[in-house]
Design a protein around this ligand. Structure first.
Ligand SMILES: NC(=O)c1ccc[n+]([C@@H]2O[C@H](COP(=O)([O-])OP(=O)(O)OC[C@H]3O[C@@H](n4cnc5c(N)ncnc54)[C@H](O)[C@@H]3O)[C@@H](O)[C@H]2O)c1
Length: 440
């Protein structure tokens, strides 16, 4: 791989300090020790990433690479950043969502692990984009995104950097949809590997990770008993299926809404009540959007909802619930009736409660996916980064799938770490499966 010349020193970002530390803008460096404890706790559940880190330390496959990552700044991400650094990369991390940033993790990344980090919990829009720009100032050779914001910034405002970037990776569904649209329009400026499309990512992360952590976020924010509640899940994709499964497991009566006939049929066959949102709105008590789509819950639905209905979102962007419409139809808006719960008083007898301002409830009100699940997603990210470096400029400018060899390696290591053995094909079986000659 031909790595371009070192960049000129990036402009100092407000908030940066202590010359011995890497450049950063985080809330409070004194939280570093607590962050380190939690990062190490997460690491215990991330054996695959740890094995990769140990190999990276020996082999340094990312030496000389400048890598800018825009990801949720959580303990699991910290372990990915450590792995990339162990591989020899110079890593800068910024937040992909202002509400998911864990300030202690951000502090530990800077102080304990020497990784440049730009993330503050609850950062406003200006700070969020200042942080993205600070990451881009590192003039990366590789980007790592969760939701495509860094790719978008570079394509829209920093086009001079496009030619310096070998490739990127994308972690989530919404980002991959954007990238594919860009590729179809001929607007994509460098190759991107769609980590989200790997089974080792979306099968486990989207389904089991989002499923469990979304319920966790709702319970933490509301202290609600889920058993016996009527929960409506909008979208029955990878995430929605996990959310619906876990809600049912906690004793909820679950209704699913969909726009895709196949997905709707799958939900019916899985034993869920399926109906349009117009009627689901009348019976639901908790509404969870997880579609990647816009205004899935809107005025016509709020009007039909019961008093006390709880609405929240676990899709990537905060557009799934039409919050401006909810605000417009409310007589009064009361912030923080509980932390992260906003009451929209529509009339004397009717309120609707919005969780986490309509942002990802599992990351805002809980701590996101369990480390064990992120182990596989981030192992796939780390191996995808290594694969990109090996391919160098040979990758075409397109959205690429993760190679099957990486998927197999991650699954194998995870099973090994879990102490699960599986059968092997005999030579005879392998030949049989490959041959077209043998039949009845
Ligand atoms: N909360 C998290 O931690 C987390 C994790 C992974 C992905 N995501 C995000 O969650 C969203 C969904 O991801 P996915 O992997 O399940 O995607 P997916 O494409 O597998 O599923 C989305 C489903 O929503 C359905 N849908 C679209 N518009 C709808 C509407 N108006 N009403 C009802 N259903 C509708 C689609 O038909 C599809 O079946 C994306 O935004 C993704 O980025 C969040």
């Amino acid at each position: 791989m031909a790595i371009p010349n070192p960049p000129t020193a990036p402009a100092q970002t407000p908030g940066a300090s202590q010359s011995s530390l890497p450049r950063h803008d985080v809330a409070d460096l004194r939280l570093a020790a607590e962050g380190k404890r939690r990062i190490e706790w997460a690491e215990r559940e991330m054996p695959v990433l740890r094995l990769i880190r140990e190999r990276f330390e020996r082999e340094r496959p990312l030496a000389g690479l400048r890598l800018a990552a825009c990801l949720h700044v959580t303990t699991e991400t910290a372990n990915l950043a450590r792995t990339l650094k162990a591989g020899g990369a110079e890593v800068v991390l910024c937040a992909s969502n202002p509400l998911s940033t864990q300030d202690d993790t951000a502090a530990a990344l800077v102080v304990e692990y020497g990784i440049s980090t730009y993330a503050r919990h609850g950062a406003d829009r200006d700070t969020y984009y200042r942080h993205l720009n600070a990451a881009a100032d590192f003039r990366p050779h590789m980007t790592m995104d969760d939701g495509c914001d860094l790719v978008t910034l570079i394509h829209q405002e920093r086009r001079d950097q496009l030619s310096e970037i070998i490739a990127g990776t994308e972690e989530t569904t919404t980002g991959v949809i954007r990238l594919k649209a860009m590729a179809a329009d001929g607007a994509l400026g460098y190759p991107v590997v769609a980590v989200n499309e790997a089974l080792t990512k979306h099968l486990f992360d989207n389904r089991y990770g989002t499923g469990q952590s979304t319920l966790d976020g709702i319970m933490r924010a509301t202290n609600l008993l889920i058993a016996g509640r009527h929960v409506v899940v909008a979208g029955y994709g990878w995430c929605g299926r996990g959310v619906a499964m876990r809600a049912r497991g906690a004793g909820a009566i679950v209704t699913v809404t969909e726009v895709d006939p196949l997905k709707a049929l799958e939900a019916v066959m899985d034993g869920f009540d399926v109906r349009p949102m117009s009627t689901a709105a009348e019976i639901g008590e908790v509404f969870i959007t997880v579609t990647g789509d816009k205004h899935v819950l809107r005025a016509e639905h709020f009007r039909r909802m019961k008093n006390g209905a709880i609405v929240c979102n676990s899709g990537h962007f905060d557009v799934e619930i039409d919050i401006p419409a909810l605000r417009k139809m409310s007589q009064k808006v009361i912030k923080d009736v509980r932390p992260l719960v906003t009451e929209f008083r529509i009339s004397r007898n009717k309120s609707i409660h919005l969780l986490a301002d309509g942002r990802l409830v599992n990351l805002s009100a809980a701590t996101g996916h369990p480390a064990s699940v992120m182990d596989m997603s981030f192992a796939t990210q780390a191996l995808a980064a290594e694969w990109i470096v090996k391919k160098g400029r040979k990758l075409s400018v397109a959205v690429h799938d993760v190679p099957k060899s990486i998927e197999d390696q991650v699954a194998k290591l995870k099973l090994q770490a879990m102490g699960v053995n599986i059968d092997r094909l005999s030579r005879e079986q392998a030949l049989y499966l490959e041959s077209s000659g043998e039949g009845t």
